[in-house]
Design a protein around this ligand. Structure first.
Ligand SMILES: O=C(O)CCC(=O)C(=O)O
Length: 289
């Protein structure tokens, strides 16, 4: 579990940086799997909404910036749904009744990585505490620096309530007061609350920056604020269970203590051998971060 101090830090600041969460072996496997995806989707521009490209105005070329729904694209990504430290941190922040979804990779290619403007991920007007509803979890696969377009957060901004982000940007440009760069090492995990303002700059560096994101929701708030259906929640609980099971077959999870999925009886799900979990989000999914 996270320590009381870590949870308190997250409550107060709206983000939390955990170092070296991925082992070297798992990191290498994820780097190789994402290398393959990047090779595939930069050789040709994939004409699907899950693959996001941004135009490099200097060259006129479309450059890969994002790939959604990674679990459809490799067992390494499915096994992350069972990562004990990731799930443990989530349970510490959101309680045992949680689900995860929306896994995606944000990528900043060498020479051109598009900026991500200041925003909140699915802001909830009802939300007053960082731990209330949605935590966005980023796993860094590369060294993430100011130079190659790391994420910036504004500590405490999750408590601001309604705010006109456009107006702030008009006044200050990218450099909003108290903006803090989240420089990180490969394998680090940075969690931010949905209401915490964050952004990243255009990168012209010659290094690659990849971050795998998950959205983790407290189930009650997922249903009340984000209108998820109970059926949907159950499917996502099955993803967790499948991820935990599947992870035990991965070489790099050898000797690892599997995460124990707890929670209210209403959200307990089973997987028997014949169950087949589709690793694709149901249509009713309310949001992408
Ligand atoms: O990783 C980044 O550069 C920011 C990504 C982000 O905030 C988003 O996709 O909503």
């Amino acid at each position: 579990m996270l320590s009381k101090e870590q949870v308190q830090f997250y409550e107060e600041n709206g983000y939390l940086h955990l170092k070296r969460v991925l082992s070297h072996e798992e990191l290498a496997a994820l780097q190789a799997a994402t290398d393959r995806l990047i090779k595939f989707s930069t050789t040709l521009q994939v004409p699907q909404a899950d693959y996001g490209y941004k135009k490099n105005l200097a060259t006129g070329k479309q450059v890969l910036g994002r790939i959604n729904y990674l679990t459809k694209r490799g067992v390494e990504f499915q096994a992350l749904y069972g990562h004990p430290q990731l799930l443990d941190a989530t349970a510490s922040l959101l309680g045992d009744d949680f689900v995860m979804g929306d896994e995606a990779m944000v990528v900043k290619m060498p020479e051109f990585g598009a900026a991500v403007p200041w925003h909140r991920d699915l802001p909830s007007p009802l939300m007053t505490r960082a731990t209330d509803a949605l935590a966005v979890i980023g796993l860094d696969l590369d060294k993430s620096t100011i130079d190659n377009g790391c994420v910036y957060v504004i500590p405490g901004s999750h408590k601001w309530g309604e705010v006109d982000i456009q107006e702030l940007v008009m006044e200050h440009g990218f450099n909003l007061p108290n903006a803090l760069p989240m420089e990180s090492e490969p394998g680090d995990m940075v969690i931010h609350s949905a209401n915490c303002l964050h952004a990243s700059k255009l990168s012209r560096a010659n290094t690659l920056r990849r971050t795998i994101y998950f959205g983790a929701y407290n189930i009650d708030r997922y249903i009340s604020d984000y209108k998820a259906t109970p059926a949907h929640v159950k499917i996502q609980r099955q993803y967790l269970l499948r991820g935990i099971q599947l992870r035990q077959q991965m070489r790099y999870a050898n000797g690892e203590q599997p995460f124990q999925l707890k929670g209210s009886p209403a959200w307990q799900v089973d997987l028997d051998e014949n169950d087949h979990v589709e690793w694709a989000m149901p249509q009713s999914h309310p949001h992408r971060h």
